[in-house]
Design a protein around this ligand. Structure first.
Ligand code: GLY
Length: 361
């Protein structure tokens, strides 16, 4: 059983399937794979759990597998090259289909390889982490990291479909699973106050990975993402709101050289900073800032989750973010719960203050 959300992008439109056991539904796979060749890009750890069943469902195709090492630190041009090499060595033609089976790192890397191989081949997203199911796999952002910053080399390239199967979330470590909740909370904060209330009431069920709560949270998040991407595929305006907490968070990931820190954890801390700054500016009511902090704390996000860089270093790293324009930091902040805005008007001194140890959080 699954539900379907359509992402309406004209000729690049595609469905998001959300359900249980749907990643091995032969009908779905056949609907989106048109040639005879398939290259599954995945990781050993994920393959252990999910590859045999997927290969069984793909028995009618010529199926190769390319393994990528675990960890965001490997989302780089070297691993992109390895995927291209694997495709070439196995004689994959233009009609091939790449399947990204894994978390956001696999989706970004495999999607970028699909965009470039023979000037573009089709690819499917089968996200196996919460963060990828609600965010990374939807919307066609593909990229690799550069030592100077996250996702600095990439392209918008939409998949044929996204298959989000909540059964694949059951083998995630609690740390990996919980980190995905940061992106779920983000959707509520940017545009859905009712969803925020639902999250306040249902966080224990989500932490326990209860199916009905998970299906509702993923469906609501994916719908919000789909509607935003439909209006602003290439992030010229509205889509930037999805980066709430990310400018602060990406800098943390760069500082940690992408190891020992999950993307969702960095976003969770970024959401806390964005909330505090919004309150300091007098935009977000103090009582609402407290609610946001409480919800983030209930999901396990706190400022002291990992060692933070010094405020001036943190700010320096933020300047490399893609949202920087004309040398000015573009920040996404909150006007209220359910309403985010982009601004380039906040003084760096004010930002530095909220990044420093004297900030009360
Ligand atoms: N992860 C933010 C976006 O897809 O735009």
């Amino acid at each position: 059983m699954y539900q379907v959300i359509d992402v309406d992008l004209g000729a690049q439109s595609y469905p998001i399937y959300i359900g249980q056991n749907c990643y091995v539904e032969r009908d779905i796979l056949a609907r989106h794979i048109h040639g005879r060749q398939v290259m599954i890009v995945t990781q050993e750890k994920i393959a252990q759990h999910y590859l045999p069943a997927l290969q069984k469902a793909l028995v009618d195709y010529h199926c190769d597998v390319c393994y990528v090492p675990d960890g965001e630190a490997h989302k780089n041009l070297q691993e992109w090259q390895n995927i291209i090499d694997a495709l070439l060595h196995s004689d994959h033609e233009r009609s091939t289909t790449i399947i990204a089976l894994g978390g956001g790192m696999i989706g970004d890397l495999a999607g970028f390889a699909a965009a470039c191989y023979l000037r573009g081949v089709k690819y499917l997203q089968i996200p196996t982490t919460l963060i990828a199911q609600v965010d990374a796999a939807i919307g066609g952002k593909t990229a690799v990291n550069h030592v100077l910053g996250k996702n600095l080399v990439g392209i918008f390239y939409q998949p044929q479909c996204v298959i989000a199967d909540i059964n694949t979330l059951m083998t995630l470590s609690q740390r990996d699973y919980v980190s995905g909740l940061a992106e779920v909370i983000k959707y509520a904060l940017i545009c859905d106050a009712r969803f925020f209330v639902w999250l306040e009431e249902n966080m224990p069920a989500l932490l326990a990975r209860e199916s009905s709560a998970l299906l509702y949270a993923i469906d609501t998040s994916a719908r919000i993402k789909a509607r935003i991407v439909e209006q602003d595929e290439k992030e010229q305006g509205l889509r930037s709101l999805l980066n709430l907490g990310h400018t602060f968070g990406h800098a943390l990931e760069t500082a940690a050289t992408y190891s020992d820190i999950r993307h969702g954890e960095a976003v969770g801390v970024g959401l806390l900073i964005a909330t505090q700054l919004s309150a300091d500016l007098g935009w977000l009511a103090v009582v609402d800032a407290e609610r946001v902090k409480n919800l983030l704390a209930a999901a396990g996000f706190k400022r002291q989750l990992f060692p933070l860089p010094e405020a001036s270093e943190w700010l320096r790293l933020m300047r490399h973010d893609k949202k920087t324009q004309d040398g000015k930091l573009n920040l996404i902040l909150l006007k209220k719960i359910g309403e985010a805005v982009m601004t380039s008007e906040v003084r760096e001194e004010q930002v530095k203050q909220v990044l420093g140890p004297e900030c009360r959080m």
